[in-house]
Design a protein around this ligand. Structure first.
Ligand code: AHR
Length: 498
């Protein structure tokens, strides 16, 4: 079937914020232990970091990593994870009913982040703890010296402050599963006072208020409105979390998951701007989509299925081609909202619903979902163009009619490059996409990478780690200011032009 879009450099959405390519390392399952950190692994460096994983993180182009949770953070004492390793206490982690050794903590994370070349995004415990402990952590992390907490950091071997700029004011405190769950008023007041004090320490800090933990919770949108009524002048972002479950719906709806992400972003923007209008505040709050991914959530037995193990195998979903196509389309949606979404984290990085899988003592490999992330992080640069795909529609159970084509494009003026990202969500029919390039005369295709497979259920395994990967397509060409390209069923494409 035919589909069309036009690329026009004057129609801009916003700049591509590098923080859109964030990821997430939580003390959960094997995300930290035997994921990024495994002393004794043949490829571990002197700090115990797996260099095979570090190489993959750099290849993936991750720009920022949220840490240390997630649900974990809401019952965490950050002090347990600093200082001499032999003095650190072993604790119960109530979020995941696991044993936490605290062998990995703030100092290890900061050293790892530096090696990985990523910006840290630090989450605070506003569940079982409060403003005072958050300020202690801030002083420990960011104050140069001469005070109790900053001297403690220096005594622990970190002479220079870490200079963490981006902080999450808690995690999912709207959820009854969260340690220290709160009403929107309770949380809003606590977040506002914590934020006010943190900005007194450093007005340049960037703070994220907790939004809803999903779009289906009863309090969705009213939670954001109340929290922002309290916090608006003190925060820079409101968070969004969403997971898309392939086993929880019909296949067409799952393939159209980006529709749900799109609607959620619109709803949160409308809610935040409503509060701004009420407060007569022209400053606009940005969105931090700091947990998003495909997650076979209905396969997870819940926290009560867990029984006090250290680093258990927890939600280690193995992703297939269609999951990767959905991940590619979710990244397209984030880019299409580049004017308001200023940060995003795919959850999580290794093993726990991760694009990277590892075996303890063994190898690390790329899941199918690694690839659209890596290519988008590498080539989505400059400005996001306003692209209006015109295509046949598909009927889905969850969202009604959705366009088969989902697309966006970026224009890097400095390098003279355009990157077009396009997904065909149709399970049976290919799309013939015609791209009007009248505004870019002379544009030529540099590369067309395609992720598709005769078997949309194909996965990557330790034995066949590269079974699914993007393939270069020869012969995708422009002709008379027009690009014509065939998009196979259930496929993700990245086409670079110069
Ligand atoms: O990423 C897994 C979990 O999902 C996080 O701990 C929590 O914040 C969310 O519910």
């Amino acid at each position: 079937a035919p589909a069309r879009l036009t690329l026009e450099p004057g129609f801009r959405i916003g700049a591509v914020d590098r923080r859109l390519f964030g990821s997430f390392v939580e003390h959960m399952g094997r995300s930290v232990y035997t994921g990024v950190f495994e002393p004794g692994h043949p490829l571990a460096d002197a700090d115990g970091f797996r260099t095979d994983v570090l190489d993959l993180v750099r290849e993936m182009g991750v720009t920022m990593v949220r840490y240390p949770g997630g649900n974990f953070v809401s019952n965490y004492r950050w002090e347990d994870g600093v200082g001499p390793a032999e003095d650190r206490p072993t604790r119960l982690d109530l979020a995941w009913r696991s044993i936490e050794s605290n062998a990995f903590g703030l100092g290890e994370f900061m050293a790892w982040a530096q090696k990985a070349g990523v910006e840290p995004m630090m989450a605070l415990n506003l569940g079982t703890r409060g403003t005072a402990e958050a300020l202690d952590l801030l002083e420990y992390a960011n104050h140069p010296g001469g005070t109790a907490r900053s001297e403690q950091r220096r005594a622990h071997g970190a002479e220079d402050p870490y200079g963490v700029r981006l902080w999450c004011l808690g995690n999912e405190l709207d959820g009854p599963w969260q340690m220290g769950h709160k009403t929107a008023h309770e949380y809003g007041r606590l977040a506002a006072e914590t934020a006010r004090a943190m900005k007194r320490f450093d007005p340049g800090l960037q703070l994220v208020a907790c939004g809803s933990s999903n779009a289906y919770i009863d309090t969705f949108a009213s939670w954001e409105a109340t929290v922002l009524e309290h916090t608006y002048p003190f925060v820079d972002y409101i968070s969004l979390h969403a997971y898309y479950d392939p086993s929880g719906t019909d296949e067409d709806s799952f393939l159209a998951s980006a529709t749900e992400m799109d609607r959620m972003i619109d709803d949160v923007v409308a809610t935040a701007d409503h509060v701004g209008a009420r407060l007569r505040d022209r400053r606009r709050i940005k969105l931090s989509f700091d947990e998003w991914n495909v997650w076979y959530q209905s396969r997870f037995g819940g926290e009560h299925s867990l029984d006090w193990e250290a680093a258990p195998r927890l939600i280690e979903d193995v992703y297939d081609v269609k999951d990767a196509v959905v991940v590619g389309s979710l990244l397209i949606t984030l880019l299409r909202h580049a004017d308001r979404v200023g940060a995003a984290c795919q959850a999580q990085l290794a093993n726990v619903i991760g694009p990277i899988l590892t075996e303890p003592g063994g190898r690390a490999w790329r899941q199918t979902t690694f690839h659209p992330f890596a290519q988008t992080a590498r080539y989505a640069r400059g400005t996001v163009l306003r692209v209006e795909p015109d295509s046949p529609v598909l009927e889905t159970e969850k969202y009604g009619e959705v366009p088969a084509l989902w697309a966006t494009a970026t224009h890097d003026e400095a390098r003279g490059e355009i990157a077009l990202f396009a997904v065909n969500r149709d399970r049976t029919a290919p799309l013939t996409l015609s791209v009007d390039l009248a505004a870019f005369p002379g544009a030529r295709v540099v590369e067309h990478l395609l992720l598709a497979d005769d078997d949309p259920r194909a996965t990557n395994t330790a034995e066949q780690p590269d079974r699914v990967r993007p393939r270069a397509v020869d012969g995708t060409k422009t002709d008379d200011r027009r690009l014509t390209v065939e998009l196979p069923p259930v496929s993700w494409s990245m086409i670079r032009l110069t």
